[in-house]
Design a protein around this ligand. Structure first.
Ligand code: GLC
Length: 742
């Protein structure tokens, strides 16, 4: 046969074979196919055992893929403020890698304090890139539980006391994480507003409070943010654990909200095969089998959705209907993330990520007091500065529970201040000794915090050194150790710990130029507030803490943060403690916790009871000043399907550029059911140059007027008189305009 004919024949055969091959490329592997077709195709190829294996952990933070089909494992990672170090296969302890240090971004209370959705988007993009680079499928965050009590140990991890503010920030965060092909896992769904008894407390709450206060941020994350994963919470609701709760997961999340993602249990939050099968759990993690320690066989097979489920299917106790739905959801997650085919690889510890951390921190720091305009401190005058306090030197990116991080670096407030004001001009005194622990899950900070001097010696040293400096910067607060803003524990009071108040008072006797920098993630009381000219709420702000704090104190950044939750003057001023139930004793059997304050959480309670807070929701100062014009409204009557637009002019009346957060609250002046005095329904952070005026507009429709009618089981806006209230905080009201809903 002539060669060229042979070549032709072979080529034809190969081409045919290739075409045949291409035709046989499985749909599930074809990134150009619609995800649902890929899911169907993959599911059709899987055995029952392979489907069950998708639904539970195989290690501390991973669950199986389908090896045979080349479908990858699902890798989860904490947390909402940075990507956790790799841990051992079956332990919480770090694995000792040398390539898994990360950037610690500010805590989410700080993000909330920016009142800036653009910062939430920047945050999600940055942390999503770090997660992608570390090959994670799911980022276990953000946490959006409402700050019902300031004692909650995880307040620092969450955002605010207001559902509208949480909703407006969680959406851009989720979207920009997921643009990296990493799933956000919004948590903890739902009603996890305390840490004590978190696995045994059965929350009793009205449908109105559930729908108006505790669910909106999750609803927004799912229906607007398109969250691909939700984490069930440890606690119970209607006597059922939230990780397999029919009302929350089946009726509301997957039913009403049409959530098509994966419900992941909190680690150890699953307690029943039956409930997990029927009540909407898709992926079980952290069940307390102690990893491979139980029995000879791999104890992951003991998980509720492992062998017990497989045996139940084989015995006919369970159909494969739920199994296929769960497997679909996990496959959908995989095709949305690791198998999406998108050409992105993320980045880790980049300059951009440090810059983002610093910018978010700088926008979230809240200036609470600035008498005599003592701030900013003019570095050009080379002032002598004494820095006091353990929080000026203690690394804060470690500890606090599952948000603990192994950072590439963390600049302390002391070092940030030395860099900015000159090391020769800055001295340091410990002032007090708090928590000298320097490790978490095997991560060592390398710091030596032990100091055996007595409280009196420490105080005397600080007072002595304070006598001949121009400024004292006291960097105190809490430190994410047990009972001091830490997962698994709640605080015992609002007081600052470790004798700090006494040290402040003693220093004030010799130097009144004291600036208190509060590094904490939840409200504290300040008995010395009247004598201290300046207070900064600096949160836990991550790797760039020292720079961000110095930026604000030196005036390189004009603070524009606003409080995301009220600072109550005393605990009894909080609805949860005035009338609500808050169980502060450990209980291993189920204990009811009734949210009797109902919808009156945070400023809603303070307004209704006419209680003055120490600092109000939405409050924060600037290095400049602002004035407001009279609010106007485009029409005094809104129709049910119409809208109204409220306008207000804001002017920068000071000498330097700054940002103001204009807040819109709505008051329902006559309602058939009790409602809060006012509720946040709009906010805009507006940048203004000196002398500049901008018109801020809010267009609202009836959804901003609605409440959840729990007898009719629907949201409704009742016709009648309303008021649009413009405020610079929940107590600093600048103007009101009335309008009618027809
Ligand atoms: C923890 C936390 C949860 C975290 C998970 C994994 O107990 O409740 O937020 O993501 O377990 O560490």
């Amino acid at each position: 046969m002539k060669p060229h004919l042979l070549t032709l024949l072979v080529t034809a055969a190969l081409t045919g074979a290739t075409a045949q091959m291409r035709a046989q490329t499985p749909i599930y592997l074809d990134v150009n196919q619609p995800i649902e077709k890929r899911v169907d195709d993959a599911l059709s190829r899987m055995t029952t055992e392979e489907k069950v294996a998708l639904l539970h952990a195989q290690s501390k933070f991973s669950s199986a893929g389908v090896k045979r089909l080349g479908i990858p494992e699902v890798w989860c990672s904490d947390g909402p403020m940075g990507i956790r170090d790799e841990v051992k296969w079956d332990e919480w302890e770090q694995a000792g890698w040398t390539s898994d240090s990360c950037v610690a971004f500010p805590s989410l209370t700080c993000l909330a304090a920016t009142w800036n959705p653009d910062m939430a988007a920047l945050y999600g993009k940055s942390i999503g890139e770090e997660a992608l680079y570390r090959r994670k499928t799911v980022l276990l965050g953000p946490g959006v539980n409402i700050c019902r009590t300031p004692l909650n140990g995880r307040t620092f991890e969450y955002m605010s006391e207001d559902p509208f503010l949480n909703s407006k920030l969680v959406v851009p965060y989720v979207k920009s994480v997921q643009q990296n092909g990493v799933a956000a896992c919004v948590k903890h769904f739902a009603l996890n507003n305390f840490e004590i008894n978190r696995s045994s407390a059965n929350v009793i709450v009205s449908d109105r409070a559930l729908r108006e206060i505790y669910l909106p941020a999750f609803h927004a994350a799912v229906t607007e943010g398109g969250a691909w994963a939700i984490m069930g919470s440890y606690n119970l609701y209607q006597k059922q654990h939230c990780c397999h709760n029919k009302t929350l997961l089946c009726d509301i999340l997957k039913g009403e909200w049409k959530f098509d993602g994966v419900v992941i249990s909190d680690w150890g939050g699953c307690h029943s095969t039956d409930e997990a099968v029927h009540n909407g759990l898709d992926l079980e993690f952290g069940t307390w089998t102690g990893g491979t320690t139980w029995g000879r066989s791999n104890s992951y097979e003991n998980y509720f959705l492992a062998r017990p489920y497989l045996e139940g299917i084989k015995s006919g106790k369970y159909t494969t209907a739920e199994l296929d739905d769960k497997a679909r959801r996990v496959l959908r997650l995989i095709f949305r993330t690791t198998m999406s085919g998108q050409a992105k690889w993320g980045s880790l510890c980049s300059d951009e990520h440090y810059a983002a951390a610093r910018q978010i921190a700088g926008e979230g720091i809240v200036l609470l007091k600035n008498d005599r305009s003592i701030l900013p401190i003019d570095a050009s005058k080379k002032p002598k500065i004494l820095v006091v306090g353990e929080n000026a030197i203690k690394m804060m990116t470690i500890g606090g529970g599952s948000t603990s991080l192994k950072v590439q670096r963390e600049l302390s407030p002391l070092d940030g201040l030395k860099n900015r004001f000159g090391a020769d001009n800055v001295t340091y005194a410990r002032g007090y000794v708090g928590d000298t622990v320097t490790s978490f899950d095997g991560i060592e900070t390398g710091q030596k915090l032990a100091d055996h001097r007595s409280a009196q010696e420490l105080t005397d040293e600080a007072v002595q050194m304070a006598k001949n400096v121009d400024f004292v910067i006291f960097v105190g607060g809490m430190n994410k150790s047990g009972g001091q803003d830490c997962e698994g524990t709640d605080r015992k009071s609002l007081e600052l710990p470790y004798n700090q108040n006494n040290v402040v008072s003693e220093i004030l006797k010799v130097n009144q130029n004291l600036i208190f920098v509060n590094i904490a993630g939840s409200p504290v009381t300040m008995p010395w507030l009247g004598q201290v000219p300046a207070v900064l709420q600096a949160w836990y702000i991550g790797s760039e803490a020292g720079n961000a704090i110095a930026d604000v104190l030196a005036g390189d950044v004009n603070p524009s943060g606003r409080l995301p939750f009220s600072f109550p003057a005393k605990l009894e001023d909080v609805g949860a403690h005035a009338v609500g139930e808050y169980v502060n004793k450990p209980s291993f059997k189920v204990v009811d916790v009734e949210y009797k304050e109902d919808i009156l959480v945070g400023y809603r309670w303070l307004d209704t009871k006419k209680i003055k807070p120490l600092f109000a929701f939405g409050y924060g100062l600037s290095y400049t000043t602002f004035s407001y014009g009279k609010p106007s409204i485009d029409k005094t009557t809104m129709t049910a399907d119409g809208s109204v637009t409220v306008k207000v002019d804001v002017t920068n009346t000071g000498k330097r550029a700054g940002a103001e957060v204009v807040q819109l609250y709505i008051a329902d002046l006559k309602s058939s059911l009790p409602r809060p005095v006012k509720e946040l329904k709009g906010f805009k952070k507006v940048q203004l140059n000196p002398g500049e005026t901008k018109t801020v507009e809010f267009t609202i429709d009836s959804s901003a007027l609605s409440f959840y009618n729990d007898t009719k089981k629907l949201w409704e806006a009742e016709p009648g008189a309303f008021e649009a209230i413009i405020g610079a905080s929940a107590t600093d009201i600048k103007g009101k305009v009335k309008f009618e809903l027809k």
